[in-house]
Design a protein around this ligand. Structure first.
Ligand code: MN
Length: 253
């Protein structure tokens, strides 16, 4: 269905159960197969077909894809999204688009936590600047917050698109909340695990609880909904219950 080079169909043949990191890392470049016919048309255009198809741009204020490339460091954005269920959309710039994962519980700084990450459609680079309301009834209807942003890079010297397509990638994040080394491992059709690796940025603290605000505007979800005409009550269910004491909150999604 998806034309993405890391869709289930395309990478099925390449995927195997997660191997030892060391062995996998040294053989990564050589073991990645190039999907057939990939260079035939602008790949970044095709990779955004699903994004376009799911949205009515006369109704949603989400960006219509325009820019196909950017300069400088690869961007990462994590968007907290109170839609049907609360989740965190984890997006890594690669090959002119942002391959994306929906992480129900959000990233954890604790290396013992393996966070489920569901592969979703690529988003355009412009999406990294989107914070606001998606109208109810539209795809993803609800409130979107730019929860963290910054730059990322694969740890090994490999092309980022190939690193993701390989289904097992070690990478470095330089965000405001998320830093240091991480692993993304594909475990099923569209299921991945997102894990913090052990380093000086690993923490036991629950970052979703201690840092619930927009990294750009310092707003909570309810603030964004109030400012921009969204459903404040629904948005507030994604915020910590008590602003004065966020540590006590136990959230389920
Ligand atoms: Mn989402």
């Amino acid at each position: 269905m998806s034309a993405s080079p890391w869709s289930c169909e395309t990478i099925e043949s390449q995927h195997s159960t997660p191997k030892g990191m060391k062995a996998a890392a040294t053989k990564r470049t050589a073991s990645v197969k190039r999907p057939a016919k990939r260079a035939a048309q602008p790949a970044s255009t095709r990779r955004l077909d699903a994004y376009r198809r799911k949205r009515d741009f006369s109704r949603t204020s989400e960006p219509k894809p325009r820019r196909l490339s950017s300069r400088g460091a690869l961007r990462v954005v994590v968007q907290k999204h109170r839609a049907t269920a609360l989740h965190y959309d984890f997006r890594l710039e690669a090959g002119g688009t942002m391959p994306s994962w929906a992480v129900p519980k959000g990233p954890s700084l604790d290396p013992r936590q393996r966070r489920l990450a569901m592969e979703v459609e690529d988003h355009p680079l412009e999406y990294a600047s989107f914070e606001g309301i998606i109208p109810e009834g539209e795809y993803g209807g609800g409130t979107v917050m730019i929860w963290d942003e910054g730059a990322w890079a694969p740890m090994e010297d490999v092309d980022p698109v190939k690193a993701i397509a390989s289904g097992e990638m070690r990478f470095v994040l330089a965000g405001t909340k998320l830093k240091g080394s991480w692993t993304l491992v594909r475990t099923g059709d569209r299921t991945w695990l997102l894990m913090k690796r052990k380093d000086e940025y690993a923490r036991a603290a629950d970052i979703e609880e201690t840092e619930p605000r927009s990294v750009r505007t310092k707003r909570l979800l309810a603030d964004i909904a109030r400012d921009e005409g969204g459903d404040v009550k629904k948005a507030a269910t994604g915020d910590p219950k008590r602003r004065a004491d966020t540590r006590r909150r136990k959230e389920s999604c």
